[in-house]
Design a protein around this ligand. Structure first.
Ligand code: NGQ
Ligand code: ZN
Length: 461
């Protein structure tokens, strides 16, 4: 059955329009008419409506230890690799029901901030002792159940992980829940796909974890077997990875990756922080989406992605919440722009006139997110998922603003959350700024965190 919404003001791919009649059926937009004839059954949506954004990179379980790695450890300094040890320690404890509860709260926070879909880069596959679950996709199924409860559009990316570093170094204790061989991975993908199939709007892709964790022959084989959908990979996030890659292969990571396999528009290169001029041009020419995760990249001390140069080459990007230390679509976009301003000591670095900075950031996030999630059509348009975000035009930060200034004010000037209502796959999931299942999901979250604390002998810092 089709449903109709009358949007008072909306951002369509062709620009800002008033009185837009949107029809959707089966979770997909079937018609968009400006000035269409309303009928009494239509739902009127006041305020300003924009498309929902795909969160192109999440590790759901990491939401569970957010805020617990902000003390300096024993060593001389803390950095990405010491954080990773803490993260592994947390990953070792997570059971399927824990993952379901943690993922559900994270997804609610995503939806309430304007993310209507998520690409879940999922690598905690096995039991805590490294043994196999009866269903190889047991942990994946927990993420799928969370998405069923929250309504977020899930693109599940089972991760292939085989090595502890370049040159086929063995994996360590902390990685034992992640590791499969190629055939085990194919079975996992098949089992995960069966779970995803019951999810409206669910999609599946793959994620070779990184050039550190995946050998060259394995990468080629993974793409040959499973490379028809979205393919995501972490690349060049830390300078140590660049150095190790150069030492092992004589090439920088992005060059190495693109020498090995044909990277195209279905690829999402996550982070790509440390890239040279030639790599920037190469990623842009390939139409790959660069998956930027500014909050996590700042949190982990990764560095600053050369977004101005990449956009100058016509490159495509979107944003992801990655470690989920803090989940907020506008804050990801703001920090992305502000990192460029701090580096360049200049303003409006990612604006593409006549679009304002906020509009340019937002449009990229919509298009890049849709591509990375394998969703085809982006924006409020026929064939796209019925994912809409209604902003409260009366919110103090937005009041009196028109056109692009609404997005600028949301992204740069709103401390509170002006997101009022959200639809994901046609389903109303946020009403009055609150997810409809928030109470139940919060209760599950609290119970889960209490369980984890009880189970752990050594508390998280
Ligand atoms: C991850 N996260 O897989 O969760 C990674 C850390 C790694 C980020 N890179 C582990 N932000 O890269 O080896
Ligand atoms: Zn990641």
């Amino acid at each position: 059955m089709s449903q109709r919404l009358i949007l008072e003001r909306a951002l369509l791919p062709e620009g800002w329009r008033d009185d837009v009649l949107v029809t959707h059926a089966g979770g997909v937009v079937t018609a968009v008419e400006v000035g269409g004839e309303p009928s009494p059954d239509d739902e009127r949506v006041a305020g300003v409506v924009v498309a929902g954004v795909g969160n192109l990179h999440s590790h759901a379980f990491q939401r569970g230890f957010a805020g617990l790695t902000e003390r300096r450890g024993e060593g001389a300094s803390d950095h990405f690799w010491t954080w990773r040890e803490e993260m592994y320690r947390f990953a070792r404890t997570i059971l399927p029901e824990d993952l379901e509860a943690i993922a559900a709260l994270g997804q609610i926070e995503m939806l309430e901030s304007g993310f209507t879909g998520v690409a879940e880069f999922h690598y905690v596959h096995h039991r805590p002792d490294g043994g196999a679950f009866d269903d190889p996709a047991e942990m994946s199924a927990a993420v799928v159940r969370a998405a069923e409860a929250t309504g977020i559009g899930l693109t599940l990316l089972p991760v292939f992980y085989a090595h502890g570093g370049f040159g086929g170094r063995p994996t360590g204790e902390g990685q034992r829940r992640f590791v499969t061989d190629l055939d085990g991975f194919s079975r996992l993908v098949e089992a995960a796909a069966a779970h995803v199939a019951r999810l409206p709007g669910g999609r599946i892709g793959i994620a070779p974890h990184s050039l550190r964790a995946v050998g060259p022959d394995e990468l080629v084989e993974l793409v040959a077997r499973h490379g028809s959908g979205p393919v995501h990979i972490h690349v060049a996030e830390q300078t140590a990875e660049v150095e190790d890659c150069l030492a092992a292969t004589g090439r920088r990571p992005v060059d190495r990756l693109m020498d090995l396999v044909e990277v195209g528009a279905n690829w999402c290169l996550v982070h790509a922080t440390h890239v040279g001029e030639a790599e920037i041009a190469r990623m842009a020419a390939a139409r790959a989406v660069v998956g930027l995760c500014p909050i996590t990249e700042a949190d982990l001390g990764d560095g600053i992605f050369p977004a101005t140069d990449f956009v100058g080459c016509g490159g495509r990007f979107g944003v992801g919440s990655d470690s989920n230390v803090l989940i907020s679509l506008p804050q990801e976009l703001r920090l992305l722009e502000q990192s460029q301003r701090l580096r360049d000591r200049a303003r409006n670095r990612l604006a593409t006139p006549p679009k304002s900075t906020g509009r340019a950031l937002f449009d990229n996030a919509v298009a890049g997110g849709a591509a990375a999630l394998g969703r085809g059509v982006a924006g409020i348009a026929v064939g796209a998922p019925a994912d809409f975000v209604a902003l409260d035009a009366g919110h103090p930060a937005l009041f009196g603003r028109t056109a692009d200034a609404v997005l600028d004010s949301w992204i740069f000037a709103a401390a509170g959350n002006p997101v009022r209502d959200v639809w994901a796959g046609g389903r109303p999931v946020v009403r009055g700024g609150r997810h409809v299942a928030r109470d139940a999901v919060e209760a599950g979250w609290r119970a889960t965190l209490a369980r984890i604390v009880e189970r752990e002998s050594k508390p998280f810092r």
